[in-house]
Each structure stands twice: as structure tokens, then as C-alpha cells.
Design a protein around this ligand. Structure first.
Ligand code: SAM
Length: 370
């Protein structure tokens, strides 16, 4: 006899790691390709792209998400690379949104293709959208993202608001002496639009360049803005050392914003993440801070990450991951795959050690899914 859906809900397992954290949020990187080359994320020539047959197909991705959902992973975010580059994204969203146990399906995008895809994604059942945007100045956009244009991203944001993909979150990676002077302008935007701006602390990721003294010299000689120009000319990305130098803490940004707009008031916003959220009194939107370096929120981490090629990672910042693709292609049953997922949860690290100088040497952010 088949179970009533409510009985099935009651039966659903809840994953809990050895530190007592409930794991209910799956971030899925659906591609490692990207149409931008953000200077802190990818070199100009990109990273070597995974051969097609090593990437998960739509049915494989949907199957793995379904199995995770049956283990209580009720919130799913699709990211990348740039997820809107995958033509099957709307159908993937539709399949996931209809899954029993999935309460929320969201997506993180650079916004470049959003003006045409906002409506199909909304119709497919997307519940939330985050758009990454680091500057409101067109020429600075060219220096940071190195592809696309600010006008197209802004058009995408307008389309998303028009079709009701609200409240929309804007993720802004803050960099000292690069875009930190715009923090108050971003905050001013929330006065007139129902958007949630979230400032993200820059994370020193892999693919470091040579960290010889000459790297320090080049920093001293060029300053942060000069370095962006240098990176543009050379076509490479910021090194680990440069990212550490460009770091600005969420607290410092909050002070910049309060110096212009007055004291921010705490705001209650439903998130799956660790943002501390505030509001300029009377504003339509909010201002949040994601301070994964200075105020690491590992103790509240509820996530696993599935890469586009089928590896499950318990932590963005630790290189351990488990291959689900090979067993799946060799005929593993749903129960076998559930055991692998439980195994990953059982090995979730307690925290990252970036503030202590930990180096991330494995995949880059675009290959894991930021
Ligand atoms: N292409 C999509 C986008 O741009 O939102 C999704 C993938 S992107 C890797 C996800 C997020 O990671 C973006 O908000 C990006 O700014 C952020 N990111 C990438 N590298 C980062 C770094 N080193 N530190 C902090 N955030 C980073």
C-alpha cells in the first residue's frame, strides 16, 4: 500500500553531521563554464573545461538531487560556472521544483542572460534568485568582470523584478580600494527597490600565482586599481596574496555605509545562509553582510555541494570530495547513493581555516559552485 504524502514527509530522514548540524541545503554546480572572467575567479582563457561525457546529464543531476531531497535536503540552489549557460536549466528547475521534499529551488547567476530567461525560470518554478554584481560603474564592471556589460546585467535584474522573482538578492564581492567606495551607493539602491544587497568578503581561492617577493613588489608598485589593469593586460586572475591584500571586512563596510546613511537597523529576512541583515530606516530593501572570513559561520553550516561532474563536497573550502558519478554510472541503486551521501555528511569538517592562512589548492570557485 502506498503511503499518503504526509506520511512520507514524516518518514523522511534528516541528515545531521558529527557536530550536530542539520544538513538540508544542497548547492549544485550545473556547469563549470562561465561567460564572465571575474578577476578574482577565473583567468582570461578560463580553466580547462570538463569533457562533456564527464559532466552530469540533466537526468543524472535530477536523480542525484531527488535522492538528496529524500534525505531531507529540502533547499536546492543551482549555480556554476554560469548556470544560465545550460540550455536545459528551465526544464531542470521544473523537475526539481516538482520533487517531493523540495521546498525551495533557487539560482545564482551573473545576470547576463537573465533578461531572456527570467520569465521561463519563474514559470518553471524557480523560487529565489541571486544576481552577482560587484559595481554600479560601467568602466569598473569591464575591469572586474572582463566580459559582458553592466547595462545587460541591470536589464536582467529589471526583468527578474518584473516577473516577480522577488525579493531579489544582489551579491557584491567587496574589494578594498577597488569597489569598497561604492558600498553606500549599493545601500542607497535598497531605498528605492525591493532588493537585498549582500556584501561578501573576498575569499582567497586557488590558482595562486607565484607568491615570490616580486608579487608583493608588483602590489606595492601598482596599488589595487593598478593591479586590476595589470591583470587585464596579462589576462590572468588575482593571486591568493593579492586577494588577501584586497580583503575588506564586513564590519569595515558596514561602517562606511553607516557614515553615509546613518545607523542601520537590524532586519528580519528569511535566508538559508549566514548573512547578517540590516535596513536603512524606511528602505524597501535590505543590506546584508556575509562575513565568512572574519566571523566564520561554519558552526551554522547546513550545506553540501555537488559539482557539475558529480562529486559531493562537504565544505567549499576543504578539498575532500566523493565521486557519485562513477558509482551511479556503474548502476548504483538509490540506496547505495544515499549511503555515499551519508558518508560525506559524516566527514563534514567542523570549519575552514582561511583566516589562519589555509590554502585552497583544489578546484576553483567556478568549478565547485560559489
Ligand atoms: N556565475 C554565477 C555568478 O556569477 O553568480 C555563479 C557562480 S559564481 C562562482 C558564484 C559567486 O561566487 C559569485 O557571487 C562570485 O562573485 C562569488 N565568488 C567567486 N570567487 C570568489 C572569491 N574569491 N571570493 C568571494 N566570492 C567569490
Amino acid at each position: 500500500m502506498s503511503l499518503h504524502p504526509l506520511e512520507r514527509m514524516a518518514e523522511r530522514e534528516q541528515l545531521r553531521d558529527p557536530f550536530g548540524r542539520i544538513i538540508d541545503y544542497l548547492r549544485v554546480s550545473i556547469t563549470d563554464r562561465c561567460n564572465f572572467r571575474c578577476v578574482y575567479c577565473m583567468p582570461e582563457e578560463g580553466f580547462p573545461v570538463t569533457p562533456k561525457d564527464e559532466s552530469l546529464t540533466n537526468p543524472e543531476l535530477v536523480r542525484l538531487v531527488g535522492i538528496a531531497a529524500s534525505l531531507g535536503m529540502s533547499k536546492v540552489r543551482l549555480t556554476g560556472g554560469e548556470p544560465l549557460l545550460r540550455k536545459d536549466l528551465p526544464s531542470m528547475v521544473e523537475s526539481i521544483s516538482e520533487m517531493p521534499g523540495v521546498s525551495e529551488i533557487s539560482c545564482t547567476t551573473n545576470g547576463f542572460l537573465l533578461s531572456r530567461l527570467a520569465k521561463p525560470l519563474k514559470e518553471a518554478g524557480l523560487t529565489r534568485l541571486n544576481v552577482s554584481l560587484d559595481t554600479l560603474l560601467a568602466d569598473r564592471f569591464e575591469q572586474i568582470a572582463r566580459r559582458g556589460s553592466l547595462a545587460e546585467v541591470m536589464q536582467g535584474i529589471e526583468s527578474a523584478i518584473e516577473v516577480g522573482l522577488t525579493p531579489l538578492k544582489i551579491n557584491c564581492v567587496a574589494m578594498r580600494n577597488v569597489n569598497d567606495d561604492e558600498s553606500a551607493d549599493f545601500a542607497a539602491w535598497t531605498k528605492r527597490a525591493p532588493i537585498h544587497i549582500r556584501f561578501i568578503e573576498l575569499m582567497p581561492m586557488r590558482w595562486s600565482l607565484d607568491e615570490s617577493p616580486s608579487e608583493f613588489d608588483s602590489f606595492a608598485a601598482h596599488g589595487e586599481k593598478g593591479l586590476l589593469q595589470l591583470r587585464q593586460a596579462r589576462g590572468d586572475m588575482l593571486s591568493d596574496v593579492e586577494m588577501r591584500r584586497m580583503f575588506i571586512s564586513a564590519d569595515d563596510l558596514k561602517k562606511h555605509i553607516e557614515a553615509v546613511h546613518g545607523e542601520l537597523e537590524p532586519a528580519e529576512v528569511q535566508t538559508n545562509g549566514p548573512a547578517r541583515t540590516y535596513r536603512i530606516p524606511g528602505a524597501l530593501g535590505t543590506v546584508g553582510f556575509i562575513s565568512q572570513i572574519t566571523n566564520d559561520f561554519c558552526s551554522k553550516c547546513n550545506r553540501l555541494r555537488l559539482t557539475h561532474d558529480g562529486f559531493l563536497r562537504p565544505c567549499l573550502m576543504s578539498d575532500g570530495e566523493l565521486d557519485l558519478r562513477t558509482p551511479m554510472r556503474l548502476g548504483a541503486s538509490d540506496e547505495d547513493i544515499k549511503d555515499l551521501i551519508r558518508h560525506v555528511v559524516a566527514h563534514k569538517p567542523e570549519r575552514h581555516y582561511l583566516a589562519e592562512g589555509q590554502k585552497v589548492t583544489g578546484r576553483g570557485m567556478s568549478q565547485i559552485g560559489g
